[in-house]
Design a protein around this ligand. Structure first.
Ligand SMILES: Cc1cc2nc3c(=O)[nH]c(=O)nc-3n(C[C@H](O)[C@H](O)[C@H](O)COP(=O)(O)OP(=O)(O)OC[C@H]3O[C@@H](n4cnc5c(N)ncnc54)[C@H](O)[C@@H]3O)c2cc1C
Ligand SMILES: *[C@@H]1O[C@H](CO)[C@@H](O)[C@H](O)[C@H]1NC(C)=O
Ligand SMILES: *[C@@H]1O[C@H](CO)[C@@H](O)[C@H](O)[C@H]1NC(C)=O
Ligand SMILES: *[C@@H]1O[C@H](CO)[C@@H](O)[C@H](O)[C@H]1NC(C)=O
Length: 499
């Protein structure tokens, strides 16, 4: 049966023939840029994933639209077939099928790469095809910045849809809290501008709602004044003394948050083949020098490397790219915990670390294995700022300080994925049991809201299920409005809204 219909999404008319795939239709009917297997451009694009496992999935073709109209034209074709597809921005999400696909079209946002700064309105229009270092390079010298990634290579598109934790979150909230407007291509191929005034529910749902509501083709971001910053890394041997001192330092730092302009990621790394256990800390201060004392808890611990210096935001984000090492399969996972404050707080922190060491030890013979854990402060002021700026899906209360634990396991061969999959679950489920145990024993406050941070979630983690019921209900309502036939729900990967 040949069902021929002309679907003029906007300017482009795209023919749909039922038997034809999206790639075939786009190739024969449009001028949209398209990369085919066995070409250099296709291979290059497939290497632009953090995890080689994502790059190992082979799309039928890679479509690289350069306007919202072209995205809409592609959606017009997709809604008339039943192919699995994916949308990819920076490709940093390591969960397979989230921004990668086998046997179906991949939509790369790489040509949606505008960065337009408007000093008059103090805003920046940013396409999802950028990485944060592209944005920083463009803003370099303007005296302004946006609230974005802490490592330059991360993509704008996925980061902002997952909330976005920034070095400047204690000054301005989540990355998503500074989005003024989204240009969104809906499942019915119409293009809308989403703002607080035009579509308040969709606007809220997009702030941490992932890829469930449409394809974002541009973000309008609030810009903030920015001069030189200070930052870099400190590297330590993970001796028992250093570990105890650093765990206490990050705990005290989170509790007393000494300066809203200060940001930190505290990570431990184990390269199990060489038994190298280290701590690597990313420090940031939004000014040329931190006032003395701000990072004292960390600088006082003996370290072997110190790269901190005064520099531009652009230089800092690029320098932090050393942390993006390609060529391995990556997995990511997370858990959230209330900050321990009682007499046994050091013991609580230490047990989280010890559990990670214990579980990671069980996979030390997996080739290429590197395990890492990050302790990310989520102090009350982020919650307060997020609320002041209109809120988001995470909807944190500012009653308690929290820590977001992030975990990665990387390894060389996809054939070890199943084993590491189990290890990842064992690690974060173990954290959750430890937290519950400490809540029962009174060492941690109970009855607290502990949502998961989407950008760090492993694919089976229940991001939506851990949100407040009102926010989950909002996500369902918006989904029913904008995706009645399940285009994004059933045919793309990502964190999906439970029925
Ligand atoms: C080295 C490293 C450092 C990181 N640092 C931070 C950090 O500081 N703060 C933080 O919050 N997170 C951080 N992350 C996590 C990161 O934010 C997430 O992995 C995020 O998903 C990456 O965004 P991306 O655009 O690169 O991802 P992609 O893998 O391209 O996309 C991720 C998801 O978003 C969807 N998506 C992307 N673009 C669009 C679009 N335009 N429209 C609709 N859906 C879209 C994709 O379909 C996919 O489901 C880091 C990750 C890595 C690997
Ligand atoms: C679409 O594909 C999915 C999975 O491949 C299948 O379960 C579903 O029945 C298909 N729907 C139609 C309408 O063909
Ligand atoms: C880690 O393993 C050691 C040795 O088996 C054990 O004593 C300790 O309780 C474990 N710690 C945690 C937090 O699981
Ligand atoms: C597309 O979907 C939106 C959201 O449901 C709706 O408001 C709009 O009317 C639809 N447009 C068309 C052309 O059907």
């Amino acid at each position: 049966m040949v069902n021929r219909a002309w679907l003029g999404a906007t300017a482009l008319a795209v023919a749909f023939v039922k038997a034809q795939s999206t790639c075939e239709v786009v190739e024969s009917q449009t001028g949209i840029s398209m990369l085919m297997p066995l070409t250099i451009d296709y291979s290059n694009e497939q290497s632009e994933y953090w995890s080689t496992s994502c790059g190992g999935l082979k799309p039928t073709c890679i479509l690289a639209p350069s306007t919202a109209d072209e995205v809409a034209a592609i959606v017009s074709v997709l809604r008339n077939n039943n192919e699995t597809f994916a949308i990819k921005s920076g490709g940093h999400n390591p969960n397979n099928w989230f921004a990668s696909v086998n046997d179906g079209p991949l939509i790369s946002t790489k040509n949606l790469n505008e960065v337009i700064f408007d000093p008059a309105t103090e805003t920046v229009r940013v396409g999802p095809g950028n990485r944060w270092d592209d944005v920083a390079a463009e803003l370099d010298g303007t005296g302004y910045t946006v609230v974005g990634g802490r490592i330059g290579n991360v993509g704008v598109g996925g980061y902002l849809l997952g909330g976005g934790l920034s070095f400047m979150s204690t000054q301005y909230g989540w990355g998503a809290n500074s989005i003024l407007e989204y240009t969104l291509v809906l499942a019915n191929a119409s293009i809308i501008t989403v703002s607080e005034s035009s579509h308040p529910d969709i606007y809220m749902a997009l702030k941490g709602g992932g890829n469930n509501f449409g394809i974002v083709t541009s973000y309008l971001l609030q810009a903030y004044p920015q001069g030189d910053v200070w930052g870099g890394n400190l590297v330590y041997d993970a001796t028992p003394e250093n570990t105890a001192a650093l765990l206490e330092a990050v705990r005290v730092f989170t509790e007393n948050y000494p300066d809203d302009k200060a940001g930190i990621i505290m990570t431990a790394e184990r390269t199990l083949a060489t038994l190298a256990d280290i701590w690597v800390i990313f420090l940031y201060y939004n000014g040329p020098e931190p006032p003395s004392g701000v990072f004292e808890g960390f600088t006082a611990v003996p370290h072997s490397i110190d790269t901190t210096k005064t520099q531009s935001m652009n230089s800092l984000l690029s320098a932090n790219n050393w942390a993006v090492i390609k060529g391995s399969v990556y997995t990511i996972g997370t858990e959230s915990m209330p900050l321990p404050t009682g007499a046994d707080a050091p013991e609580v922190m230490q047990s989280i670390y010890d559990h990670w060491v214990n579980v990671s030890d069980t996979v030390k013979f997996v080739p290429g294995l590197v395990a890492s854990i990050a302790f990310q402060p989520l102090p009350k002021q982020i919650a307060r700022l997020a609320k002041e700026k209109g809120g988001d899906m995470l909807d944190l209360d500012d009653d308690i300080n929290r820590i977001v634990i992030e975990l990665d396991y990387s390894f060389w061969f996809d054939s070890d994925y199943a084993k590491i999959d189990t290890t990842m679950r064992d690690t974060y489920e173990g954290f959750q049991s430890l937290v519950k145990g400490y809540q029962q024993s009174g060492s941690l406050p109970s009855d607290v809201y502990l949502p998961l941070f989407q950008n760090d979630c492993f694919y089976p983690q229940d991001y939506f299920g851990r949100l407040r019921p009102e926010k989950l209900a909002l996500a369902k309502k918006v989904q029913a409005d904008v995706d009645p036939n399940g285009l994004w729900r059933d045919r793309t990967g990502g964190f999906k809204i439970p029925a």
